[in-house]
Design a binder for this molecule. Structure first.
Ligand SMILES: [Zn+2]
Length: 346
């Protein structure tokens, strides 16, 4: 039995359109009035955007309703869907905790409140009805001041019970003027033993070789095989895994067609660079992980053998998967027809 791992999913983009629309109608009168009929909302929420910036704007709509009070509501539905419809055994959920704090508080108070947000997300993700192993990745953000980003790294260090890594997000073109600062924060995180990933080489405007050495995994990274294949041997030597999220590139206008990913997979396989296939924003796209897999197979971007290699890579590069084996290996003996413990039905 195949159970999957998703290493790159944003808390904001994980809310499927129907859940969000229903939430507006139950709790947010103004937003409900703006989106009266569901089909029009789904069309607005999931349509392709012209740029990464325009696409990221949508996150603010969800962030505005994901507060300390409402997070358990959304996380319950997220984990339930991931368990029932996606066969997930493992999920790393990422977000910028500062953007879930009360915007009426001052910066110091908001930094303090981040701790309880991490706790709320951690508690809400543990569900005996829908058992998935989860952990959090805290995202630094290109729009936030340095002291807030430093506080996010410190929080990740203090709350290892819930947090497995840090990330940088918020549009990769904005790192340009602050590269030294982000390199410093990553260097500090690595020295303290924290795992790292980062949205990098996602678009043509986000290619910064200066940040690469600090990352254990690369959020997207598709511009490396596409534009800078000469970097692949070094990426392989560092055992860095690319978190490739196919549907995103269509929604942000980065690629015209998923077929363009064939060169990404081919060059990475050839160079010995691992790829984990991820969803990024499964809700915002309305595309769940098994459909990301299926789309790549249908378009002949990869074959079944390569798909399984990517699924295995996801468990190998997971920051908080507690076992040495992937779940299929644990279950295969149990479900085998040769298992003497299986009851015989006649
Ligand atoms: Zn992302």
């Amino acid at each position: 039995m195949a159970l999957y791992a998703d290493l790159h999913r944003h808390l904001g983009g994980s809310v499927v359109p129907r859940i969000l629309w229903r939430y507006f109608h139950r709790h947010e009168r103004d937003l409900a009035a703006k989106f009266q009929e569901y089909p029009a909302f789904e069309e607005f929420y999931t349509r392709e955007r012209n740029s990464l910036d325009e696409y990221l704007e949508l996150h603010t709509l969800v962030e505005s309703v994901q507060t300390a009070q409402t997070l358990p509501y959304f996380i319950y539905r997220l984990i339930r869907g991931a368990y029932i419809f996606e066969n997930l055994a493992y999920l790393e959920l990422r977000y910028t905790p500062y953007y879930r704090t009360d915007e009426h508080l001052n910066q110091t108070e908001r930094i303090e409140q981040m701790r309880s947000i991490v706790e709320i997300v951690g508690q809400a993700s543990k569900m005996s009805e829908y058992p998935i192993i989860t952990s959090q990745i805290l995202c630094m953000h290109s729009r936030l001041p340095s002291e807030v980003n430093k506080a996010i790294v410190d929080l990740a260090l203090e709350m290892k019970e819930y947090v497995c890594a840090i990330d940088i997000a918020g549009g990769d073109s904005y790192y340009q003027t602050r590269l030294e600062e982000f390199a410093g924060l990553y260097s500090y995180a690595r020295e303290e033993g924290l795992n790292t990933t980062g949205h990098l080489y996602e678009t043509k405007d986000g290619c910064y070789p200066q940040l690469l050495p600090y990352l254990q995994r690369i959020g997207h990274g598709i511009q490396i095989p596409l534009q800078y294949p000469e970097l692949l041997p070094e990426v392989a030597r560092r055992h860095q895994c690319l978190e490739v999220c196919p549907t995103t590139y269509l929604k942000t206008g980065t690629l015209k067609s998923l077929s363009q990913l064939k060169i990404v997979f081919d060059r990475c396989f050839e160079a010995g660079v691992d790829i984990a296939i991820c969803t990024d924003n499964a809700g915002l796209h309305n595309v769940r992980l098994p459909f990301e897999y299926e789309n790549l197979l249908t378009l002949d971007v990869i074959d079944f053998r390569q798909l399984q290699a990517c699924q295995d890579a996801a468990f190998r590069h997971a920051f908080a998967w507690p076992y040495s084996q992937k779940p299929a290996s644990l279950l295969t003996g149990l479900l085998s027809v040769d298992n003497p413990k299986l009851p015989v039905y006649q």
